[in-house]
Design a protein around this ligand. Structure first.
Ligand SMILES: Nc1nc2c(ncn2[C@@H]2O[C@H](COP(=O)(O)OP(=O)(O)OP(=O)(O)O)[C@@H](O)[C@H]2O)c(=O)[nH]1
Ligand SMILES: [Mg+2]
Length: 492
């Protein structure tokens, strides 16, 4: 997922943060690189122009250059501007009382409308809402069947007890004819059926066309006028980049869209569409489709995507997974400790043990701050975590509460005790210290503070540092050097 863009961002901002002082020309140079990276990522030209201008203006206006940590300040500005560019968005669905809440899906052929109807039904069922999926077309029996199958699948396989119903009128082709009005009749009847069955949400899956044309727009406008949907979502395909954004603009001009759903975000997209949609259409992304399966639909959160783009990982999503392992109270307590600089190696160890339970390292790695991309294509040796554990367990109580006690002779003893090397012990200590530092810096970032308190990012950052330490003693992974496996082989 937009790994090129993320690599570029991280690199540019890392370069800036590496300097004690930065000048106006450093900022302009960095933004020039960001500008090129955005254009390469297929971000709309106007968006790129206004984004880079905004960041430079902000940087000059807030006296970044005179601040104590200019690099960190720049990261915050870029982060905030990215968030502004993509949001704000209320990522939840709105329901009307009494139901049904009518949701109309539209989009070009193959953009993923039908699949997304199924995913939305699953999303709603999980939240206790009953759903009716209606096929707002007659001519393509295979398409009607596709939606029917999805409805059955959601009903049978997805969690939640609320029913998922299906509505279509395949036998009415002769009666309704092929005119545009046929879809309108089906939709009106679907609303009646949904009301009778008292479903919470009715989703209308409309027919797509290869291109935007009068027939398509006519049909959508007529359905809109006849049933007056509460929400109109446009489904666009991330793989089509700027074309998707242009078509979004055209749709929005004809129908007052409520939000956009970007599908195929799991593909090798360059990020352009996600960054451009809001600016170009004025309508935010609401959901992103991240796979073909029914559970591959995520609410769109600009903060999380901005984090991922800056190579800071997606801590909040990670935390949502982590919350199954760490209670809110635990996270809050740790949060407090970290903010006060009182985190100990024991806390570190406890978190490390929890991360093991969170699923495969690979899936977790992609979300980790600073390292997701670098580790994306690597086979990670899961035993490394055991070694870290052994190292911490070989420290005595005092050492675990105060890593500053760890002089060379203690490190040698710990290495012997854990069957590792002194360098590995040093790497763990260094990782631990780095993370303590990062946490302190982050507590001065207002937007991130909000995120943090929302989800308690502490545990995950520690894990990131641990892994960073494990990756290469004392430093963050560097792409210019061969990866572990190759290096190991060479040194043998
Ligand atoms: N990888 C991936 N594939 C997706 C995603 N969403 C949809 N697809 C695939 O895209 C293809 C087209 O999806 P459909 O849902 O049939 O598209 P549609 O917009 O309903 O198409 P028409 O009804 O023909 O206009 C299918 O093969 C889906 O499996 C996604 O988020 N990720
Ligand atoms: Mg379809």
């Amino acid at each position: 997922m937009f790994s090129n863009l993320s690599d570029k961002f991280s690199q540019v901002l890392r370069d800036l943060s590496g300097r004690g002082k930065i000048s106006e020309s450093n900022v302009r140079e960095a933004m020039e690189q960001v500008r090129n990276a955005l254009l390469e990522a297929d971000v709309h030209y106007d968006v790129v122009q206004s984004f880079t201008k905004q960041v430079v203006d902000e940087a000059m206006g807030t006296k970044v250059l005179e601040s104590l940590r200019p690099g960190q300040q720049m990261i915050k500005i870029v982060y905030d501007e990215l968030v502004k560019l993509m949001g704000p968005v209320d990522s939840h669905m709105m329901y009307v009382q009494p139901g049904p809440t009518i949701v109309m899906m539209c989009g070009l052929q193959g953009s993923g409308k039908t699949t997304t109807c199924g995913k939305l039904a699953a999303y709603l069922k999980k939240r206790g809402k009953s759903v009716m999926l209606a096929a707002a077309y007659l001519q393509r029996p295979a398409a009607v069947q596709q939606l029917n199958t999805l409805a059955d699948q959601v009903q049978a396989d997805m969690p939640g007890s609320a029913p998922v119903l299906f509505y279509s009128e395949p036998d009415k082709v002769a009666e309704y004819g092929k005119a545009v009005g046929a879809a309108v009749k089906v939709c009106v009847n679907a609303v009646k059926a949904a009301r009778e069955k008292k479903v919470d949400v009715l989703i209308l899956d409309t027919a797509g066309r290869l291109h935007i044309n009068d027939a398509l727009m006519d049909e959508l406008r007529q359905v809109n006028a006849a049933v007056n949907p509460h929400q109109i979502y446009l489904v666009i395909d991330a793989m089509t980049g700027q074309d998707a954004v242009n078509s979004a603009k055209a749709f929005n001009d004809q129908l007052e869209l409520d939000g956009v759903i970007l599908t195929k975000f799991d593909s090798d997209t360059r990020g352009g569409a996600a960054l451009s949609v809001k600016h170009v259409t004025g309508k935010p992304l609401k959901f992103i489709g991240t796979g073909e399966k029914l559970d591959a639909l995520e609410e769109f959160h600009p903060e999380r995507i901005a984090s991922r783009m800056l190579g800071m990982g997606d801590v909040v999503s990670l935390v949502e997974r982590a919350q199954e392992q760490v209670s809110e109270e635990e996270a809050a307590a740790l949060q407090q400790k970290m903010a006060e600089g009182k985190m100990t190696m024991d806390d570190f160890l406890a978190q490390l043990q929890k991360i093991r339970k969170m699923g495969s390292m690979k899936s977790v790695l992609g979300l980790l701050p600073g390292i997701g991309n670098q580790f994306a294509n690597m086979d990670l040796d899961e035993k490394q975590i055991d070694r870290t554990q052994a190292i911490i367990q070989s420290m005595n109580k005092k050492e675990r509460t105060d890593v500053e006690l760890l002089d060379n002779s203690r490190r040698r003893r710990i290495a012997r005790g854990s069957g590792t090397h002194t360098e590995e012990v040093s790497a763990i200590v260094k990782g631990f210290e780095a993370i303590s530092e990062v946490t302190k810096q982050m507590s001065s970032m207002s937007t991130l503070t909000k995120l943090k308190s929302m989800a308690g990012m502490g545990p995950n950052l520690m894990d990131a540092a641990a892994l960073r330490g494990l990756g290469r003693p004392g430093s963050a992974p560097d792409k210019s050097k061969p990866k572990f496996k190759e290096r190991k082989r060479k040194s043998r």
